[in-house]
Design a protein around this ligand. Structure first.
Ligand code: UFG
Length: 332
């Protein structure tokens, strides 16, 4: 039997990373997760080996890459809380930017050239035009977004020398959970709308704060582009295939192009659960752009990627299934 190609997945014990590991396994790869388990879950690593350690340790990463005969790298390991990033710039630059530099150093030592990077729409800040094209000027408005943009610049500059080839995937709002219910969103500190709305519906003692009802949008609440995490996972498989034949660096938006408001998310949760979501009308959250949604055409053209299960009801249904069965026992 021929051995399956091995892909190193940094942050493979995290939310998006673990769903990508499952998709890799389904597509005939062996995902090797490299994770320091600072926010990831050991129980989420189900489709390949786990190497516990830090991506900033280039010797450790290079040794793992060599031992597993790594063909390519998918890089998720990062700190990712927008609010926290303002209070901890050192930690965010060190983990996110320092981590990427150390990872690429290890790749070069091992002769591994392909890397798919987990980026974010946070690099766009307050965009001038909607829907957001990849050519939109990147002006992040928080530390988290600035660290992700710094990594994109570093990867693009390194790719320009021919040392690596990279695809950078700019996720819009990742949400939902695996259809089989064995992995899902399990952040110890939960800040995201979909899990918090579900939690509020199931526990009226924890109402949902609606951050701002006076935005210049149809119903006064912020609009976002929610993408099912399984759709995001597929894009990584397509990006890996793309990098087999294409060099340099490319960045792609991963979104649906459909803006969905906070109130529309709440209504979807209410429909799926057949109960009301108790809400508190709260002030605007600092740094929230009123509307963010992608022009997803470039990812479709180059990678063949289209979101197929990202309607808000499907996302919420999968998240509810996960919430009910959450085997990681994390309070979401
Ligand atoms: N919201 C609420 N109440 C909550 C939580 C969120 O009203 O309790 C609102 C927010 O104000 C926002 C929308 O729901 O309008 C979505 O908020 P999330 O926190 O779920 O997601 P964000 O759009 O803030 O964040 C996402 C990604 C980040 C990324 C950011 C870029 O999760 O990683 O987009 O803007 F940085």
């Amino acid at each position: 039997m021929t051995k399956q190609p091995t892909v190193l997945v940094t942050g493979g014990a995290g939310y998006v990373g673990s769903h990508v590991c499952k998709a890799l396994h389904r597509s005939g790869f062996t995902p090797v997760t490299l994770d320091n388990l600072s926010t990831g879950h050991r129980q989420a690593v189900q489709w390949g080996p786990l190497e516990i350690g830090d991506v900033r340790d280039a010797d450790f990463v290079a040794e793992a890459m060599t031992r597993h005969k790594t063909a390519a790298v998918l890089h998720f390991a990062a700190l990712s809380l927008v609010g926290e990033s303002a209070a901890k710039p050192y930690e965010y630059y060190d983990n996110n930017v320092g981590g990427a530099i150390s990872l690429v150093a290890a790749m070069r030592r091992c002769g591994v050239s392909r890397i798919v990077f987990s980026s974010t729409c946070a690099i766009y800040g307050m965009p001038d035009r909607l829907p957001i094209e990849e050519t939109e000027f990147a002006r992040p408005i928080n530390v988290y977004g600035r660290t992700k943009l710094a990594v994109e610049n570093f990867l693009a500059d390194t790719a320009a020398t021919g040392a690596i080839r990279t695809v950078m995937l700019r996720y819009f709002n990742a949400a939902g959970a695996d259809g089989d219910g064995n992995i899902g969103e399990a952040h110890t500190t939960e800040t995201h709308l979909v899990p918090l709305a579900i939690q509020a519906a199931l526990d009226p003692r924890r109402p949902l704060n609606v951050f701002g009802s006076d935005y210049p949008t149809a119903d006064g609440t912020c609009e976002r582009d929610y993408v099912h995490v399984e759709d995001l996972a597929e894009a990584h498989i397509q990006a890996l295939a793309f990098l087999e034949t294409t060099g340099g660096s490319r960045a792609y938006n991963l979104g649906t192009g459909n803006p969905v408001s906070v109130r529309q998310v709440i209504r979807a949760v209410e429909r799926v659960l057949g109960t009301t979501v108790p809400v508190v009308e709260a002030p605007r959250r600092a740094g929230d752009p009123p509307r963010l949604f992608a022009a997803p055409g470039l990812a479709e053209r180059d990678l063949g990627w289209v979101a197929t299960r990202s309607d808000i009801e499907s996302i919420v249904e999968s998240a509810v299934r996960w919430h009910r069965s959450n085997v990681f026992s994390v309070a979401v």
